[in-house]
Design a binder for this molecule. Structure first.
Ligand SMILES: C=Cc1c2[nH]c(c1C)Cc1[nH]c(c(CCC(=O)O)c1C)Cc1[nH]c(c(C)c1CCC(=O)O)Cc1[nH]c(c(C)c1C=C)C2
Length: 611
């Protein structure tokens, strides 16, 4: 809640009645008189977060005749993506409760593609490789911020930091000797990330650095998370080449080994008709966001789905149960709206594994084995004074940082201003590029076109800025909880969350000023934890889903193949590919696949611009 009591909803909330399709009798009539084949897919999507919206989007794109119904228990769509514009004295600032930036690489090709297709690339802000956000990443250990080495700092600065800072103790030696360490016993099926990297590199490195990085991504405990699920390549490299370094050398010489599914995905993305200006804008982009935050993605998808005429939104409609239809040709959904029942040819669950298991009312078995998740509290704060922290992305706090230095049990702090430039940061004299050719020419002649390390696609219009203020202040987000709160019967309330964030910022960054506005968000069970044995649990889930639902119930979301927004898009995309190819499936068939292909090695100087 904001101090001044304002709350502004960015995500669209769609009344269930707004988009209802014609009654089924109309389809029957159409079928009788039309030579066109009847709509062949009647699909329900459970959950209206980014995964559910993306699933519906890909369904409409791939199967224009499909009838799609989205069930969402709450009155708003968008899930964890939640961007809010908040009034301050001289304008408004944007607060993100959940994820705040996206990376364009790997699964990120799907979010870039969505930007292009939904025509929202012009609303994005592209942080460049050279930006402080990309170069300056900090870890708090033991009692101060340590900047992680980066090639752009030069050899002397990096070596001096490696020798001076206790955080790096043992890391150089551990890295150099990794090649010579014994590989694991072949009987070991999985182990924790902490245990694996302790064996390969050293325990101090895990406690002081890796555990912090894992806070920044999974808000999780490095001693619980599965290396097999989160680092499949080093895990295989150790088994096959004897060491991580050995595997890397082999990949360099012979080309990277990826699963056949990954290779097919990369090929599809390569063949897509990319907008040349967007491609040029993304060339040196490491992360992007939107002027109105990542909620822009939700809004763009919702707008498209509403306009398609094929999608019905059932908001405020919790699903009570699912069961196989008696003829085994579909799935019956019972929802809370007057206990109504509907039968669908396919159902895609974009719910958490626990929520889905709950809907399968069969006491004899749990549909999905338990996959734990953690709760994260994010506290957004905006201060009037600018530059209250060093330039950079923010910092993570590793597990090795003592309780005295982190009694709040915080996971890290994001410097949001680093991703949202202000009017002061923009040099309008450089603002004249109008198309991809001009952009390329300017780059080739060494001209600075990415003003102050940001790029915009909407050239030559006014650059996009998140915070609409006359003079930039400081915007940060404190992340609390995660695995530290596992098993807690209750979480801090709003007042306590704010107090924790302020005391942390005072101790770590000497910030004593009162924030002008703030917002406390509790994201319950928002990040699934891929703990040791995760792969086996997913295989069991696949078997159960197949047996119970005959390949008509598929799953997508953050609990199977990556916890990021881009990973959710990927799982939605894969599930729809399966449906559109007429295959029955679960969305988990790829888990544990041993089908690998080697990509061609990239020799220095041979990489083409578009690869
Ligand atoms: C709500 C808190 C979240 C924390 N992690 C995630 C969320 C949503 C998920 C996540 N965070 C990152 C990734 C990696 C891949 C990616 O999509 O970028 C994932 C899946 C990295 C990341 N962590 C933070 C930021 C701003 C980013 C993205 C941008 C970047 O790397 O430049 C900050 C951060 N997130 C969390 C913590 C504790 C934290 C601390 C600084 C938890």
């Amino acid at each position: 809640m904001l101090r001044n009591g304002h709350r502004l909803r960015i995500a669209l909330s769609v009344p269930s009645s707004a988009l209802s399709l014609p009654p089924s009798s109309v389809f029957t009539r159409l079928r009788a008189y039309s030579t066109e084949p009847a709509p062949c897919h009647n699909v329900a999507v459970l959950g209206g977060g980014i995964t559910g919206l993306a699933t519906a989007y890909y369904l409409v794109k791939e199967l224009p005749r499909a009838k799609v119904t989205i069930y969402e228990a709450s009155d708003r769509i968008g899930g964890w993506l939640s961007s809010k514009r908040v009034p301050v004295k001289d304008g408004t600032v944007l607060f993100e409760a959940g994820p705040r930036t996206l990376r364009p690489s790997s699964n990120g090709a799907l979010s870039v593609r969505l930007m292009q297709e939904l025509d929202i690339a012009k609303d994005a802000i592209y942080a460049q490789r050279t930006s402080p956000a990309a170069r300056n990443r900090y870890v708090y250990y033991p009692d101060h911020l340590v900047r992680m080495p980066h090639p752009s700092f030069g050899l002397i600065e990096n070596i001096s930091s490696l020798l001076r800072e206790p955080i790096f103790e043992g890391s150089v030696w551990g890295g150099l000797t990794e090649f010579f360490k014994d590989a694991r016993e072949s009987s070991v099926q999985d182990e924790s990330v902490g245990s694996f990297f302790s064996r390969r590199i050293g325990k101090t490195v895990v406690d002081r650095i890796f555990s912090g990085i894992f806070h920044g991504i999974y808000a999780g405990d490095v001693w619980q998370l599965s290396v097999k699920s989160l680092f499949p390549t080093p895990w295989r490299d150790e088994a096959q080449a004897g060491s991580i370094l050995g595997g890397m050398m082999k990949s360099r010489a012979e080309g990277l080994e990826v699963t056949a599914r990954e290779a097919a995905y990369l090929q599809t993305m390569k063949e897509f008709q990319w907008d040349p200006l967007l491609k040029a804008t993304l060339k040196d982009t490491v992360a992007f966001t939107f002027k109105d935050g990542l909620g822009t993605l939700n809004d763009g998808l919702a707008r498209y789905l509403m306009g398609s005429g094929n999608v019905e939104f059932k908001t405020s409609t919790p699903v009570l149960s699912i069961k196989m239809a008696e003829d085994k040709g579909g799935i019956v959904i019972t929802s809370a709206k007057s206990e109504e029942q509907e039968t669908y040819g396919h159902v895609v669950s974009a719910l958490s594994s626990e929520q889905l298991s709950f809907l399968h009312k069969d006491d004899s078995m749990k549909l999905i084995p338990s996959i734990p998740s953690v709760t994260v509290m994010t506290v957004n704060l905006y201060y009037r004074t600018p530059d209250m922290h060093p330039p950079g992305f923010g910092y993570v706090i590793p597990q090795a940082t003592s309780f005295e230095k982190n009694p709040e049990r915080a996971l890290g702090v994001v410097f949001d201003t680093a991703y949202s430039p202000s009017p002061d940061d923009v040099d309008m004299n450089n603002w004249h590029i109008q198309n991809a050719d001009q952009l390329k020419d300017a780059r080739d002649s060494g001209q600075m076109v990415n003003v102050n390390d940001f790029a915009w696609y909407n050239l030559p219009n006014k650059p996009n800025l998140q915070d609409d203020v006359k003079q930039r202040g400081t915007k940060v987000t404190v992340m609390l909880g995660g695995h530290y709160w596992t098993g807690w019967p209750a979480f801090p309330d709003e007042k306590e969350g704010l107090a924790l964030a302020k005391s942390l910022l005072e101790r770590h960054l000497a910030i004593k000023e009162e924030p002008e506005v703030w917002q406390v968000n509790i994201q319950k069970d928002c990040i699934p934890q891929y703990t040791v044995g995760h792969e086996q649990r997913l295989k069991t889930a696949h078997t159960n889903l197949k047996r119970q639902y005959n390949g008509k119930l598929r799953v997508a979301g953050s609990w199977m193949a990556g916890v990021g927004v881009n990973d959710c898009l990927r799982s939605a995309w894969e599930v729809v590919q399966g449906i559109s190819r007429g295959r029955d499936g679960t969305g988990l068939e790829h888990i544990g696949s041993n089908e690998y292909v080697r990509l061609k090695p990239i020799r220095p100087g041979t990489k083409k611009e578009d690869e």
